[in-house]
Design a protein around this ligand. Structure first.
Ligand code: NAP
Ligand code: GDD
Length: 324
């Protein structure tokens, strides 16, 4: 019998990489999708015939219960969220409903259908916010700086609470920023690599950004989904930081991305107040020692490889789109 895994957020960046990884591991993959008026399967269209898609929403517990009863998964990966930090200031209540309370809805659905299901919660380094320790590890106190970060802290603690209250296998992966050619274009890395490709191909003249000094611990999404799977194969549920242990500024990301196509970022990047945040997370750098020693996990893609992979992918995509 093949193991069944349910992924919420399968149409997102991580969902698509995780689905590919679980298929390779021999799982039956069920992906929960929201009803939309237009199809948004861009990231999963290459594996659509190999996975099962089912309608549901983290806002609707009835749909979660029905899905669990129908597919009887052994593992649930809860990746669905309103995941863009900037949007969480304009839609703070919605962000709390999906990114925070959505976790409780799923945990409680699991508790009522089959408490033996193993659960993964997509927690975030945004929970460390105004960092209380450098580097950040599992024991570092949280100090979130956005409604998104606050919602993720709630999601993390409700996961721990269901583990302790009901003895459920509920695990929280505290993942630092991870990127890829499939990253949404609103996030700074993809915004930069898309702009570099456009400028290089003569399709744009400038790139407007906010805070260039923010520092992030950026890894490759394809590496990070392997850690999610490993967490659910352990004998006990726990919390794990997943990071590279390196940090770089947005400015440095620009420098490498523009440099890769022979351009200088200073000639094209314009700072724009519209992209500044009411409260910023200045510095994130994780300590992945526990994930390395307990899970045997290692990142394989370096920061420079990640940036150049994303620039190359955007150039290829635009050339194709514009028949260049
Ligand atoms: P993403 O690309 O923004 O994908 C989010 C997914 O959630 C999409 O599939 C989206 O569906 C779905 N979704 C949103 N609201 C939903 C709802 N109410 N019900 C059901 N599905 C809903 O995010 P990602 O980068 O893959 O990240 C995956 C998870 O990891 C998120 O929880 C994020 O907060 C967390 N995380 C990400 C990072 C990172 O650096 N990428 C780091 C730490 C934690 P639609 O396609 O229909 O919009
Ligand atoms: N998006 C964006 N757009 N960010 C900008 C810009 C811009 O024009 N200019 C500067 N930045 C800065 C932001 O202020 C922030 O400090 C940094 O670039 C990274 O922003 P994002 O790429 O939007 O990611 P994030 O770090 O806020 O959040 C991502 O990582 C979290 C993990 O730490 C998201 O994937 C979250 O869902 C995830 O939890």
């Amino acid at each position: 019998m093949k193991k069944v895994a349910l992924i919420t957020g399968i149409t997102g960046q991580d969902g698509s990489y995780l689905a590919e990884h679980l298929l390779k591991q021999g799982y039956t993959v069920v992906g929960m999708i929201r009803r939309t008026s237009t199809v948004n399967f861009e990231r999963i269209k290459h594996i659509q015939d190999e996975i099962e898609l089912v309608s549901g929403d983290l806002l609707d517990e009835v749909s979660l219960i029905n899905i669990l009863q129908t597919y009887r998964p052994a593992e649930v990966y809860n990746l669905a969220a309103q995941s863009f930090v900037q949007t969480s200031w304009s839609q703070p209540v919605f962000t709390g409903e999906v990114t925070g309370l959505g976790v409780t809805r799923m945990l409680d659905a699991i508790r009522s259908v089959d408490p033996a299901i193993r659960f993964y919660q997509a927690s975030s380094s945004e929970m460390f916010g105004k960092v209380q320790e450098v580097p950040q590890r599992e024991s570092t106190p949280f100090y979130p700086r956005s409604p998104y970060g606050v919602a993720k802290v709630y999601g993390h603690w409700i996961t721990v609470n269901y583990r302790e209250s009901y003895n459920m296998f509920a695990t929280s992966g505290i993942l630092f920023n991870h990127e890829s050619p499939r990253r949404g274009r609103e996030f700074v890395t993809r915004k930069i690599t898309d702009a570099v490709a456009r400028i290089k191909l003569g399709l744009a003249q400038e790139l407007r950004l906010g805070n260039l000094e923010a520092q992030r611990d950026w890894g490759f999404a394809g590496d990070y989904v392997r850690a999610m799977h490993l967490m659910l194969q352990q004998s006990e549920p726990d919390d794990y930081v997943v990071a590279t242990g390196e940090t770089h500024s947005v400015r440095r990301f620009c420098e490498i991305a523009f440099g890769h196509v022979g351009l200088s970022y200073e000639d094209y990047v314009v700072q724009d107040e519209r992209f500044m945040r009411p409260a910023e997370v200045d510095l994130l750098i994780g300590d992945p020692a526990k994930a390395i020693s307990t899970l045997g996990w290692q990142p394989e893609v370096s920061f420079e490889q990640l940036v150049t992979m994303m620039v190359e992918a955007d150039i290829a995509l635009l050339k194709d789109e514009h028949r260049l």
